[in-house]
Design a protein around this ligand. Structure first.
Ligand SMILES: NC(=O)c1ccc[n+]([C@@H]2O[C@H](COP(=O)([O-])OP(=O)(O)OC[C@H]3O[C@@H](n4cnc5c(N)ncnc54)[C@H](O)[C@@H]3O)[C@@H](O)[C@H]2O)c1
Length: 310
């Protein structure tokens, strides 16, 4: 298979490439290196362009391809809050341009990484794919608008889509120097670096935290499944975890810290209060069952992160 991965230098993209069988698949990465990228991905062709710029698309000369996995774009909630119009403008432009590239390369299947942010503050939990989408952040609005653009485009073309709504991902490979994206990774970075353990927002917030391996297994299975064609699918762990519970689990691995060291600061108004997902649809489509729960997942992430600084 010839697979094009936009945002392939990022956390999810580079982890996915490490998991794909490179003897069976030819991988093309489209990325503009806008995040702090230090990794080298051997055996992949790298196309360094800004996907929001239509005039650069003609430089993608790779003949045809089979699958497009679209991960590129603004991925930080706080950065989007600082630049709302830029986020929505760039995100929509990238989505249209990715659809143009799909046409250009005669791609048959597109998988798009949307987000749980499209749901906003749900009135009923857990959220399933039929729950009302009422994003409260510009990041969520941008994701929902990209979903609509993809669905409208695919109605009048042969392109098939799978839209996956990713919940909070954590795990090995996540950039621990990046403090504007991630949740577990931001807290872990503070503890690893002996910084103050600052939690912005309430401790009783609820999240659905999913380990990167569970995400990657889902992406790989969804992109090859017939049942996933033209579907929107939650990719989540399915279990609620409060920020308080997460903090307690993390602290267990750092003897210099105790619960009373947590400094709670005011959160952001566009931060969702309580959300977790229903993954029945994903289970039905790919037989999904998460490998990691929050205890085993955090243990794995902490052990990987401690090895990084050794
Ligand atoms: N990580 C999560 O918890 C999470 C949760 C929900 C949704 N998502 C979505 O999944 C996708 C992947 O997430 P991630 O954590 O790997 O993000 P990431 O920021 O690590 O990776 C995004 C990649 O896109 C590239 N990129 C950004 N703008 C670009 C442009 N204009 N042209 C070309 N490349 C560009 C960046 O250089 C980066 O390599 C994102 O779309 C994100 O919004 C992630």
């Amino acid at each position: 298979m010839k697979i094009v991965i936009t945002g392939g230098m990022g956390f999810v993209g580079s982890s996915l490439i490490n998991k794909l069988d490179l003897d069976m698949n030819e991988i093309f990465i489209i990325d503009n290196f806008s995040t702090n990228v230090s990794k080298t991905l051997d055996r992949c062709e790298l196309i360094n362009i800004d996907l929001s710029d239509k005039s650069q698309l003609h430089t993608i000369n790779i003949g045809s391809a089979d699958i497009m996995i679209h991960l590129a774009g603004p991925s930080s909630g706080p950065a989007s809050a600082k630049d709302p119009d830029g986020t929505i403008d760039i995100s929509n432009k990238i989505t249209f341009n990715v659809l143009r590239v799909c046409e250009q390369l005669s791609i048959k299947r597109l998988l798009f990484a949307s987000s749980m942010a499209v749901y906003g503050n749900p009135s009923k939990l857990p959220v399933d794919e039929k729950s009302i989408c009422k994003p409260i952040s510009y990041y969520g609005i941008a994701k929902l608008s990209s979903e609509y653009i993809i669905q409208a485009f695919c109605k009048s073309s042969n392109l098939e889509y799978s839209i996956i709504r990713l919940f909070n991902i954590y795990g090995p490979g996540q950039d621990l120097t990046r403090m504007d994206q991630g949740l577990v990774s931001i807290y872990l970075s503070m503890l690893l670096n002996d910084k103050s353990f600052v939690i912005k927002g309430k401790l009783d917030r609820v999240r659905d935290l999913i380990h990167i391996d569970d995400v990657l297994n889902s992406i790989i299975k969804v992109m090859f499944s017939n049942a996933g064609v033209n579907q929107i699918i939650n990719v989540c762990n399915g279990s609620p975890v409060t920020i308080d519970e997460l903090a307690k689990i993390l602290i267990k691995y750092f003897e210099n810290y105790s619960y009373k060291d947590i400094i709670q600061e005011e959160g952001s108004p566009d931060d969702i209060l309580k959300i977790y997902g229903n993954n029945d649809k994903l289970s039905k489509i790919i037989g999904y069952k998460p490998i990691y729960d929050i205890e085993t997942g955090v243990k794995d992430f902490v052990s990987w992160s401690k090895n990084q600084i050794r």
